[in-house]
Design a protein around this ligand. Structure first.
Ligand code: ATP
Length: 326
């Protein structure tokens, strides 16, 4: 494909990158390619836009060492060769267990390592609007809060030099499929995507089509719009929590002042208590643990009351909540 390639999809991505200020000009970009239609579509679009943005682009793939992926890494290496783009391959030392969460953890770690070692400013993934809708439903069912519902976002800073960006969040899976078909991109059919033992696949293959037919054909669009709105709410809530935390936190005693906490609303009490517990337990507390500590705020007379959290105790002493070893 030469430099002259341009289509509505190219124009759409070009505009989106500009409007959202997602990826800076003249930067070094590493594109995470699984071989599937979304990431191939992303890689091709970015390569076609490359000269307009003066980017330096390379492609990276993580090999989980799964039997059904045999031949996949050389397939991607060949595409990169044909496209004249640098290719980085990271291989798992041994086969990664076929669990979604575990595979994801190793994959991100490996991709970030490549990006860091070779000085890339951006790591791009091919997540689409469809992925965002699935993640929304998946996390909703797991009882996630606003953070979980907005989990797949446009950009996330990994460190000072590296930002993770998902430029295709406005494209549907149907659209990336059409793009690959139109430009005859050699998509690798991932058999795992058809495996119903993975919850995410059942949401994609069964639940979303059911919701589209029986309730709302536009469900992917509406769920992602909800995610966008919640994301802005979340930014505000986080800023406000940081401000209020300073008012209720006693730095000297590493404690929370109950009387100050009583003046603020329940949602911020919960957020402050959560941050306080993360700080003291070095672990994300669950809903019950947060609620148990929030109850202490209203404890009668604010005298000695306590609740057990793992191997620690949250205790009210001198009208302040503190965490002690049990
Ligand atoms: N083996 C891989 N090597 C490189 N990149 C990959 C690989 N697998 C997935 N990716 C990247 O991640 C994107 C999302 O892939 P997929 O939906 O399969 O992952 P996921 O586990 O659902 O990810 P997430 O949890 O981040 O949503 C792909 O478009 C691609 O950019």
């Amino acid at each position: 494909m030469g430099k002259s390639v341009w289509s509505l999809d190219h124009a759409r991505l070009h505009k989106l990158l500009k409007d959202k200020d997602l990826v800076a000009k003249s930067s070094r970009i590493l594109i995470a390619v699984s071989g599937g239609q979304d990431s191939l579509c992303l890689a091709r679009l970015c390569l076609d836009l490359q000269s307009k943005w003066s980017w330096k682009i390379a492609i990276a793939h993580f090999d989980h060492q799964w039997e059904c992926d045999r031949g996949l890494s050389s397939h991607i290496a060949k595409i990169c060769d044909d496209w004249g783009v640098n290719f980085y391959l990271s291989q798992a030392q041994e086969k990664i267990r076929e669990r979604e969460g575990e595979a994801r953890k190793y994959r991100y770690e490996a991709l970030i390592n490549i990006a860091t070692e070779y000085d890339f400013n951006y790591l791009l993934t091919g997540h689409t609007r469809s992925d965002r809708a699935e993640t929304f439903i998946y996390n909703l069912m797991r009882g996630a809060g606003i953070e979980g519902l907005t989990a797949l976002n446009w950009r996330r800073k990994i460190n000072e030099n590296l930002t993770l960006v998902r430029p295709l969040l406005d494209f549907t899976r149907q659209e990336t499929g059409q793009f690959c078909h139109k430009w005859q991109l050699p998509v690798w059919e991932d058999k795992y995507n058809q495996e119903r033992k993975f919850a995410r696949n059942r949401i994609r293959l069964d639940l979303i089509p059911y919701l589209q037919t029986e309730f709302n054909p536009q469900i992917e669009k509406h769920l992602t719009q909800t995610a966008e709105i919640l994301r802005a709410d979340l930014t505000y809530l986080k800023q406000e929590t940081t401000r209020l935390y300073e008012q209720v936190y006693n730095h000297e005693n590493n404690s929370l002042k109950c009387e100050e906490l009583r003046k603020i609303s329940l949602n911020f009490q919960r957020r402050i208590v959560k941050d306080f517990l993360v700080q003291n337990l070095q672990k994300m507390p669950n809903f019950e643990q947060i609620e148990a500590v929030v109850k202490l705020i209203e404890s009668p007379n604010l005298t000695a009351t306590s609740t057990l959290i793992k191997n620690k105790i949250a205790q009210v002493k001198n009208r302040e909540i503190l965490i002690k070893n049990n």
